[in-house]
Design a protein around this ligand. Structure first.
Ligand SMILES: *Cc1c(COP(=O)(O)O)cnc(C)c1O
Length: 368
């Protein structure tokens, strides 16, 4: 992108495809006896299906998981021979759309199983077993009924999977319960592949890798082991430019409803990015509650006041004057200000931060 068109954008999202591929290889190395897949739902966690899938494909990834059929269609366009699973399963009447793109539904309810048995034309599918999350998947009584009625014998089940509810908390007792329940279910389907691990699962000592893993967040640089150093490389760098600066006197209020007041004379910088760009309004920094931060000239600066639709105000009092001029670039994610820290400042998780990343940024891809 040229300088001229670059200046049409207030904010820039840079995605490092080499770091993404490296993260996939690191996860794959943790499960050498299994195949490492990739979860690319929600536009590859905001990073772009059309760029992320080919980059992972070149690294060796052959199996992709999405949430929606519409996402599977986009994956198929850029990965003609990949295996694609749709985690949210079979919406009524969608079997023919699955056939058209050669994707496999992850079936998790008796009605879905019945419909695929009728309309699936014997094609491959996955079975989602609930082991304690109570969200998607067959519970133990539905599973027993399916086995008793031999309904599964009319299906070509390629994969049996379950999903952890708290894999990022290693000592949560739910993990062992889910591992044990899944081990019992796995025995019932000796022919099918098994899949258990999400990103954090790759770092959970009690969880066997089985045949295929399903990392998402960690691929995109999220920390799969909260509270410990992040073993992944950062993938996303978000920057925005300073529109103007001002000095406010002690006691002056800033932003909508003056939720933040200057303590002493403060220098402020207004940057070209807000909640309409996907930066959470919950990162607002008020007198009562701290919020988000950004790096200006390498100095960590707190937000001042509420996050507006298109703008955020920063307190840049501690930044050398030469680094906080109009047009200067401010780092919102990157350069050591990691995704999980940023998310905490916005009272959310890095997952939501990533998947909210707006369309108004200038996007660029590096690597490969
Ligand atoms: C989103 C999702 C994953 C990936 O989880 P991460 O924590 O992002 O690695 C894996 N499995 C299922 C069923 C999911 O919905």
């Amino acid at each position: 992108m040229s300088q001229a068109s670059g200046s049409e954008f207030g904010a820039h999202l840079a995605i490092d495809l080499d770091a993404l591929a490296e993260n996939w290889r690191r996860l794959a190395r943790r499960v050498p006896i299994a195949e490492c897949g990739a979860v690319v739902k929600a536009n590859a966690y905001g990073c772009g299906i059309e760029e992320v899938v080919p980059a992972l494909g070149r690294a060796g990834c052959r199996t992709f998981f999405v949430a929606h059929l519409s996402e599977a269609r986009r994956v198929r366009k850029v990965a003609p021979s990949a295996t694609i699973y749709v985690l949210n399963g079979l919406l009524p009447g969608s079997a023919s759309a699955y056939h058209a793109i050669g994707a496999r539904p992850v079936l998790g309810a008796p009605e879905e199983i019945a419909e695929w048995a009728l309309e699936g034309r014997g094609r491959g599918c996955a079975l989602h077993v609930d082991t304690g999350m109570n969200r998607l998947g067959l519970g133990s009584s539905d599973l027993q009924r399916m086995i008793d009625g031999a309904a599964h014998e009319r299906l070509d089940i390629r994969l049996v999977m379950t999903h952890f509810s708290a894999a990022e908390v290693p000592d949560d007792p739910a993990n062992l319960r889910q591992v044990t329940r899944f081990a019992n279910v796995a025995d019932v389907f000796p022919e099918a592949g098994k899949s258990l691990l999400n990103s954090s699962g790759h770092f959970l000592d009690i969880a066997p890798p089985y045949d295929l893993t399903r990392p998402g967040y960690a691929l995109y640089g999220g920390n799969p082991v909260p509270g410990q150093p992040n073993p992944m490389q950062p993938v996303v760098r978000l920057t925005a430019r300073i529109l103007q600066t001002r000095v406010v006197a002690d006691g002056e209020g800033v932003g909508y409803n003056s939720r933040w007041h200057a303590r002493g004379s403060r220098k402020l910088a207004t940057i070209c990015l807000g909640y309409a760009d996907g930066y959470p309004r919950n990162a607002s920094y008020t007198d009562a509650l701290p919020g988000g931060h950004a790096l200006v000239g390498g100095v960590l600066c707190p937000f001042a006041g509420t996050v507006s639709m298109d703008l955020i105000v920063l307190d840049v009092s501690d930044v050398p004057a030469a680094d906080s001029v109009r047009g200067a670039e401010v780092v919102l994610i990157g350069d050591g200000l990691d995704l999980d820290t940023v998310a905490a400042g916005a009272k959310t998780v890095g997952y939501e931060m990533l998947t909210s990343l707006g369309r108004r940024y200038q996007r660029s891809y590096s690597g490969q």
